[in-house]
Design a protein around this ligand. Structure first.
Ligand code: C5P
Length: 297
C-alpha cells in the first residue's frame, strides 16, 4: 500500500470547565467531548526521500511545517526512529499529506487536532507499524492537547490539559446544527488569556454531566448539565455568539451551546427535520455564517 485516504472528524464540547492556570502555562480543564459527522478528508502517500509535505485545498490553513498535520507526521517519525533505531538505523521515510478541508478553522471544532490525529492513525496503517491506540494517543499529546481525544473519538471525558481521556457511554444520537460566523476566528491561547483576566468565571457541573451520561439519562435531563466556561467570556467579546445561541433555541433546539473556545455554536434536535427547518430559517438571518446540519457520531 503506497497511499491511504482517511476521514478526520470534528468535535463539539458537550461540557467544558476551565479550572486554573498551571505552572507549565497550560490550563487544567474538565471536558466532555463528542465527535460529530463533519469531517476533513486526508490523503497520505509514502515518499522515499524523507520529506514531509503538507498541502490543502483551503487557503486558510498553513501548508508545510506550520500545519499540525506536519507536526504529527514528524512526531510519528521521531517515535518510530527511537523505537526501532537499532533495526533501521538510517531509515527515514517521508509523506505527502493532502488535506481536503471542510471543518472551519479557529472555530472551536478541533479541526487541526482532527487532521493531526488522522495523520497518526493513517501512518500507523501505511507503514504497518502496529502501534497501539494508547501509544498513538501519547504521540498525539505531543502534537496538541485535543489530539488524543481525536484519536479516541466518540464520547469521552478529557482531563489534565485535555490529553487524559476516559471513555463515556455514548451521547444520545441526536441531530446537530453547527453555526460558524464566517469572518470570526478565535485563537485558543487568546481565549485562555481572556479567562485569566476575568474576576469570576462560570464552572459547569461536569460531574453531574458525566453521571447523567453514565446513567443513560434522557436528553432533557442531560442538557441541564451542559455548559462551557468560555461561553459568557466570548459572548462579551463577540455578541453575535449569544445571538446565534438564542436564535437556535428560539427555532427549536433542545439546547444550544458554544463549542470549545468558540465561535461555533451548535444546537441539538431530536429529528433531522427540526434541524433542517431551524438551519433554513437561520441561514436567511445570518448570511455571514456557515451552517452544518449533521449528527452525533
Ligand atoms: O495544546 P495546544 O497546542 O493545542 O494548545 C495551544 C495553546 O492553547 C497552548 O499553548 C496554551 O496557550 C493554550 N492551552 C491552555 N490550556 C489547555 C490547552 C491549551 O492554556 N488545556
Amino acid at each position: 500500500m503506497d497511499s491511504i485516504s482517511v476521514e478526520a472528524y470534528a468535535k463539539i464540547n458537550i461540557g467544558l470547565d476551565v479550572r486554573g492556570k498551571r505552572d507549565d502555562g497550560y490550563h487544567d480543564v474538565r471536558m466532555v467531548m463528542q465527535t460529530i459527522d463533519v469531517c476533513d478528508t486526508i490523503v497520505i502517500k509514502k515518499r522515499e526521500d524523507g520529506i514531509i509535505n503538507v498541502e490543502s485545498d483551503s487557503d486558510r490553513i498553513p501548508e508545510g511545517s506550520g500545519n499540525l498535520a506536519y507536526k504529527a507526521a514528524e512526531e510519528f517519525r521521531n517515535e518510530f526512529n527511537s523505537e526501532f533505531s537499532d533495526e533501521f538505523e538510517d531509515w527515514e521515510f517521508g509523506v505527502d499529506i493532502m488535506i481536503h478541508k471542510r471543518i472551519p478553522i479557529e472555530a472551536g471544532l478541533g479541526g487541526g487536532s482532527a487532521d493531526a490525529a488522522a495523520v497518526l492513525k493513517a501512518m500507523n496503517i501505511l507503514f504497518n507499524t502496529g502501534l497501539s491506540r494508547d501509544r498513538l494517543m501519547q504521540i498525539g499529546s505531543r502534537v496538541g492537547s485535543d489530539v488524543p481525544f481525536c484519536i479516541f473519538g466518540w464520547t469521552a471525558f478529557a482531563g489534565g490539559r485535555g490529553e487524559k481521556i476516559t471513555p463515556l457511554l455514548g451521547f444520545p444520537k441526536v441531530h446537530v446544527v453547527v453555526v460558524k460566523p464566517l469572518d470570526l476566528g478565535i485563537s485558543t491561547p487568546k481565549a485562555f488569556n481572556a479567562i485569566d483576566n476575568e474576576d469570576s468565571i462560570y464552572h459547569p457541573d461536569i460531574d453531574g454531566l458525566v453521571e447523567a451520561l453514565h446513567e443513560a439519562a434522557p436528553l432533557n435531563e442531560i442538557v441541564g448539565f451542559m455548559g462551557n466556561t468560555f461561553e459568557n467570556v466570548m459572548i462579551k467579546q463577540h455578541p453575535v455568539i449569544g445571538e446565534i445561541k438564542e436564535s437556535l433555541e428560539e427555532n427549536g433546539a433542545v439546547k444550544a451551546l458554544m463549542s470549545g473556545s468558540g465561535p461555533s455554536v451548535y444546537g441539538l434536535f431530536k429529528t433531522e427535520d427540526e434541524a433542517k427547518i431551524c438551519a433554513g430559517v437561520m441561514a436567511k438571518k445570518y448570511k455571514d455564517a456557515e451552517f452544518f446540519v449533521t449528527k452525533i457520531r
